[in-house]
Design a protein around this ligand. Structure first.
Ligand code: OMP
Length: 275
């Protein structure tokens, strides 16, 4: 089973397009977990146990671990999902990208060391820099297309022969780069108009959409712009909006409530758009 099939199965099983981003910051980890010898892992484990029936994926962001030297706790987190919820895919958010020989090492890092099901990559170095990732046919390669940040358009929006760079990229991703049918694209929830344009170009390629919650993306606009013809095709990420729903020791129950609310809000919009 390849990544996209695994993702679709998880979406179906949990009736969910929600991805919870596991981006822990030590100062914000509640006391209960901070007392543990592995506070990042303890925090994540509780969040995962509280939400595993509500999500279609988890997305740990690597800098949140590497910056503190706790890669071992990232490894434990991914292993925990694999062992306890093997049907839920893990997207390692690493935004890698480099010349081929180095990209090979980054692909090894994501897929062999961390055993992630998918990884986010930066396409700025071009097609050959993506090949080492794309060659893992069973894994997902999530390519930055139109990022959620305020300056995302500075380069991605530059027009070449009358078409914005991110749209040219979407075209490449949907055709010559996608030999193994394992590409997904990132389009920020903060840019629903751009999301609609990408959807038009890429057909049913799944889109990872961060920017709901803390970054203020408009959920309804995102779903209207981004769902495919069958009311699917989106992975809607929220990190801080879920994992810090409470700063107290009730954080896991609060994360569950926030996940349930967001999953159901997504499903209400999906339903109204597909009937
Ligand atoms: P929250 O804003 O807390 O929901 O976190 C968003 C997460 O998505 C962070 O881990 C970001 O690094 C990531 N992200 C974006 O916010 N914008 C993008 O355009 C792309 C990503 C990503 O690739 O996941």
């Amino acid at each position: 089973m390849n990544f996209i099939e695994k993702l679709e199965l998880a979406q179906h099983k949990n009736n969910s397009l929600l991805c919870v981003g596991l981006d822990p910051v030590l100062e914000r980890i509640p006391d209960l977990c901070r007392q543990s010898a592995e506070p990042f892992f303890a925090f994540n484990r509780a969040l995962i146990d509280a939400t595993a029936d509500l999500v279609c994926a988890y997305k740990p962001q690597i800098a949140h671990y590497a910056a503190c030297g706790v890669e071992a706790e990232l490894l434990s987190t991914i292993s925990y999902v694999r062992e306890n919820y093997p049907h839920i895919p893990v997207i390692l958010d690493a935004k890698r990208g480099d010349i081929g020989s180095t990209a090979e090492k980054y692909a090894l890092e994501a897929f062999e060391r961390y055993q992630a099901d998918a990884v986010t990559v930066n396409p700025y170095l071009g097609g050959d820099s993506l090949e080492p990732f794309l060659n893992y046919a069973e894994k997902g390669v999530v390519i930055l297309c139109r990022t959620s940040n305020p300056g995302g358009g500075d380069l991605q929006g530059l027009e070449i022969d009358g078409e914005a760079l991110y749209l040219k990229l979407a075209r490449l991703a949907a055709t010559s780069w996608n030999k193994n049918q394992n590409i997904l694209l990132v389009v920020g929830a903060t840019w629903p108009d751009e999301l609609a344009k990408v959807r038009k170009i890429v057909g049913e390629i799944p889109l990872l959409v961060p920017g709901i919650g803390a970054q203020g993306g408009d959920l309804e606009a995102v779903l209207k712009a981004g769902l495919d013809g069958e009311g699917r095709g989106l992975v809607i990420n929220s990190s801080r909006g879920i994992i810090y729903a409470s700063s107290g020791d009730d954080f896991a129950a609060a994360a569950r409530r926030a996940s349930l609310e967001l999953r159901d809000a997504i499903n209400v919009c999906r339903k109204s758009q597909t009937v």
